[in-house]
Design a protein around this ligand. Structure first.
Ligand code: DP6
Length: 334
């Protein structure tokens, strides 16, 4: 398969060498797209039809520890609990890990700890795959570049390629069929006042995986043809907004990008709606607050939860209206 070829090309002479250490652990942040990745030009390599832009969530993410094991099978612990190797979670993880192992050796004891809700549209798979790639790079001492690590993470899940950096990350769609030009790039800009509020309505698994929803949207939605040009405009606006610290411009482009993505899904067949009634109630409240002058916007991924976007000066006001939110300040530390 094509994925193996990419891994072998990137690893070069390092392919199939023994690990350098017996245990290594790595952290990767989760990320939230302000301009979404929605649609692939290559299903196997997770090559996107458009570029996208995200913000990483600082200390929110996944730590994965890989330890070489003498046993005959891998052991996977998710947040401390041993998982069944035939569960979808383990199958997914092992399929990815096996890309990097010759005949699945060595076997590992894998501890993956996530401080974001799994599969609730909070991109825990992005930080998961990114942290596995970083842990492997450490364990084998490959010393790959950030761009190479980003490409490898993308093979696990598209959005994972943006979790290789903190701050704002631009994932360039690229044009090559092998995807060697499709990886993240850190924008390096800092915006210390930037806040994200996680408004969680449900931590349960999403009904339809984003990969399935994306594919269905491309193949059945009449609105999808408008998506690529919408992304170009929003991406340009968001980059400009970040450069000028123009929060209103950023909020408007990000929210409108998210609602447009969800509109393409609503027009797919069978239709897809990730929102629950509480999602819509919160949207209405956000629009009301904005009419009253509060600078608050939202974005939404493949799940019912909303991510609120606002500035530090409005924290008290936002909390008064949404007391349950968890606030993340991506630039507060480091
Ligand atoms: C709505 O990266 O999870 O969160 O590449 O199939 O694994 P696969 O998809 P994934 O899709 C993320 C979709 C999104 C938007 C985004 O993060 O850009």
């Amino acid at each position: 398969v094509k994925k193996y070829e990419i891994v072998r090309t990137i690893l070069g002479e390092r392919w199939n060498t023994a690990p350098h250490y017996t245990i290594k652990s790595a952290f990767a942040p989760t990320n939230i797209a302000l301009c979404k990745y929605w649609g692939k030009r290559d299903e196997e390599l997770n090559l996107p039809l458009t570029s996208s832009l995200s913000i990483s969530l600082g200390s929110k993410g996944t730590t994965t520890e890989l330890k070489i094991s003498g046993k005959s099978d891998d052991e996977i612990y998710l947040n401390g609990g041993l998982m069944q190797n035939d569960s979808p979670f383990c199958q997914n993880l092992l399929e990815f890990l096996n890309l990097f192992r010759y005949e699945q050796t060595p076997r590992f004891i894998i501890h993956t700890n996530s401080n974001v809700p799994i599969a609730a549209g909070l991109a825990s798979s992005a930080s998961g795959f990114a942290s596995i790639v970083l842990a492997l790079d450490g364990l084998y001492d490959w010393q790959l570049s950030q761009d190479e690590l980003s490409i490898l993470a993308r093979l696990g899940s598209g959005s994972a390629c943006r979790s290789m950096w903190q701050g704002f990350v631009h994932w360039h769609a690229g044009i090559r069929s092998d995807g060697m030009d499709s990886h993240g790039e850190s924008l390096r800009a800092r915006w210390p006042e930037f806040c994200i509020g996680l408004l969680i309505f449900s931590e349960s698994e999403k009904a339809i995986p984003s990969r399935v929803a994306m594919q269905r949207t491309i193949t059945t939605s009449a609105l999808y043809q408008a998506w690529p040009s919408k992304v170009s405009r929003d991406l340009a606006a968001i980059k400009q907004a970040i450069g000028n610290k123009d929060f209103q411009l950023l909020g408007k482009a990000a929210e409108s990008n998210a609602t447009t993505m969800h509109a393409t899904m609503l027009s797919a067949w069978p239709p897809i709606i990730y929102s629950v009634p509480e999602t819509l109630v919160a949207m209405q409240r956000i629009w009301e607050l904005r009419n009253e002058g509060l600078q608050i916007y939202f974005t939404q991924d493949a799940g019912p939860n909303l991510k609120l976007l606002f500035l530090q000066r409005d924290i008290d006001n936002v909390l008064a209206n949404f007391p349950s939110i968890e606030i993340i300040q991506p630039f507060a530390i480091d």
